[in-house]
Every structure is written in C-alpha cells, then in structure tokens.
Design a protein. Structure first.
Length: 116
C-alpha cells in the first residue's frame, strides 16, 4: 500500500527557510517522478515542483530560484527546500506520486505558516 508522509513544515519568519520531506513507501520509489504541490486557504492545489526518476526538475514560475526539489532514492524520500519565504507562501504543502493506471496518491500535507 502506498504511503506518503510529509514533514518539516512549521512557523517561519519572512525571509526564513524550511526543508520539507516526504517519505514514501509501498512502491518502487526510484522508478517514478515525484511532485510537490501547495494549497493556500481558499485556493486550488497547484504544482510547485516536480522531479523525474532521472532527477530532471521543473518548477512553477512563481518559485523558480527560491524553491529546490531533490530526491534521495536510498531513503525513498523527496525534499523541497524553501528559501526566502514570504507570507504569500503560507499553505499546506503536499507530495504526490502517480503510478500507472491509478489515480495520484497524496500525503496528508505539512503546513507552512508565518509568524509576525
């Protein structure tokens, strides 16, 4: 059974950084692309970054140069480094994987929010 568990969110000050992790299990992690998505209050869930099985990355225009996605196949984990954070980055961040012939799997999300 596929499980995705995000962690690393929390309270951050503007300009701060966080590193999110997503631990995957239940499938052959190294064979599949992974994605990070975010959902701000009252908004739809949007793709933030994606990394293929071979390590090719792509990013939403709004986060290029600020966020970095990476993966560690030995640990079955995908990461999202968030730098120079701003209040508009407040959201739940989710990781996701799409396996053949099934709907995407999602984790429960990790929350990034800001202190004043």
């Amino acid at each position: 059974q596929v499980h995705l568990v995000e962690s690393g969110g929390g309270l951050v000050q503007p300009g701060g950084s966080l590193k999110l992790s997503c631990a995957a299990s239940g499938y052959n992690f190294r064979l599949y692309a992974m994605g990070w998505y975010r959902q701000a209050p009252g908004k739809q869930r949007d793709m933030v970054a994606r990394i293929t099985s071979g390590g090719t990355t792509n990013y939403a225009d709004s986060v290029k140069g600020r966020f970095t996605i990476s993966r560690d196949n030995a640990k079955n984990t995908v990461y999202l480094q968030l730098n120079n954070l701003k209040p508009e980055h407040t959201a739940f961040y989710f990781c996701s994987v799409t396996l053949p012939l099934v709907l995407p799997y999602w984790g429960q999300g990790t929350h990034v929010t800001f202190s004043s």
